[in-house]
Design a protein around this ligand. Structure first.
Ligand SMILES: C[C@@](CO)(OP(=O)(O)O)[C@H](O)COP(=O)(O)OP(=O)(O)OC[C@H]1O[C@@H](n2ccc(N)nc2=O)[C@H](O)[C@@H]1O
Ligand SMILES: Nc1ncnc2c1ncn2[C@@H]1O[C@H](COP(=O)(O)OP(=O)(O)O)[C@@H](O)[C@H]1O
Length: 280
């Protein structure tokens, strides 16, 4: 039996750093969604644990892969394959998304129940939210997850300039760690309503990441300049930035122009998941 599971990119539409724990980990308040672009994890029953990595960003991976760590955490063996479509160390949770997809595939293969948030937090602060895989408010260091009102249909353009940004370095470069939490969450009727609310929120990691990798400011400005871009912001600890659009046509047009303008950048247009059916 073989199972193939999608590992969607995780996007922090807002990311507030509200404190720091005694162990150094930061307290977060984040609006997290998933995009219709991502990696794929395949698991086939085997009495040995193995991993084959393919895909355009597979060569950029070294060291202990989070997919293997997820399998060891469950105590399950399988022949795993990771098709790495997302840039590595880029603020869109690629490694955490892969770990969550591996957990799903391995639990599906063996008939086990999915582990809970507390059990998978040690794999990475983003693994619980990636395992949930639906839009959520994420708090604590990543383990406190609260459902959101249904999101309006909206589309993202993701742009990564090819500069890997190390998450610990960005947190370390923060000027303040006691920033205000997100404002209370309303019901958004349209993508424009969502953007208006998001404009009053922040990504507190944007300034320190831009200080470490100034090209991030260029990426954000390039997205902001595209017609129909309702909001441009960095995701996670960077360097990927997203633009929020109300329609697939506008998102695809923006992505096309950005690919022409900066052929070295990774550019993807994708819906926010789950895609909402059009209102009748
Ligand atoms: C910043 C965020 C926001 O969603 O996204 P990414 O930039 O990774 O996508 C996440 O909190 C990252 O989650 P993840 O990448 O799984 O983090 P981990 O592997 O657990 O931790 C990497 C390092 O980030 C810092 N870290 C992470 C999470 C957190 N709440 N406080 C922290 O201070 C610590 O220095 C830690 O050693
Ligand atoms: N499957 C994986 N995909 C991406 N990175 C991985 C994976 N396994 C281990 N890593 C390591 O985790 C680190 C963080 O990568 P990633 O999760 O892509 O970052 P981010 O959460 O900022 O998007 C990288 O430096 C990489 O070496």
């Amino acid at each position: 039996m073989t199972l193939r599971v999608f590992a969607p990119a995780k996007i922090n539409l807002a990311l507030h750093v509200t404190g720091q724990r005694g162990d150094g980990y930061h307290l977060l308040d984040s609006l997290v969604v998933f995009a219709g672009v991502g990696d794929w994890v395949t698991a086939e029953a085997s009495d040995q644990l193995s991993l084959r990595v393919t895909g355009p960003f597979g060569a950029g991976l070294s060291g202990d892969n989070l997919v293997l760590r997820a399998a060891r955490c469950l105590g399950v063996t399988a022949a795993l394959e990771l098709d790495k479509q997302l840039p590595v160390a880029s603020g869109i949770g690629g490694g955490s998304a892969d770990a969550a997809a591996a957990l799903r595939a391995l639990c599906g293969l063996t008939g086990r129940a999915l582990p809970d948030a507390a059990a998978v937090l040690a794999l990475g602060a983003d693994v619980p939210v990636c395992l949930a895989g639906v839009p959520l408010r994420m708090q604590g260091v990543g383990e406190v997850l609260t459902p959101l009102p249904a999101l309006p249909a909206c589309y993202l353009v993701l742009v990564n300039p090819g500069v890997a940004v190390a998450t610990p370095a960005v947190f370390k470069a923060l000027a303040r760690r006691d920033n205000p939490a997100m404002e209370s969450i309303p019901q958004w009727a349209t993508a424009s309503d969502l953007a208006t609310w998001l404009h009053a929120q922040r990504n507190d990691l944007e300034a320190p990441a831009m200080a470490l990798a100034p090209v991030i400011a260029e990426v954000k400005a390039a997205l902001e300049a595209r017609p129909g871009c309702l909001l441009a912001r960095m995701s996670g600890s960077g360097a990927t930035c997203f633009g929020l659009f109300a329609s697939e046509e506008l998102a695809k047009a923006a992505a096309g122009v950005l690919r022409d303008e900066a052929p070295a950048w990774w550019v993807a247009a994708a819906p926010v998941l789950p895609p909402t059916p059009p209102r009748t």
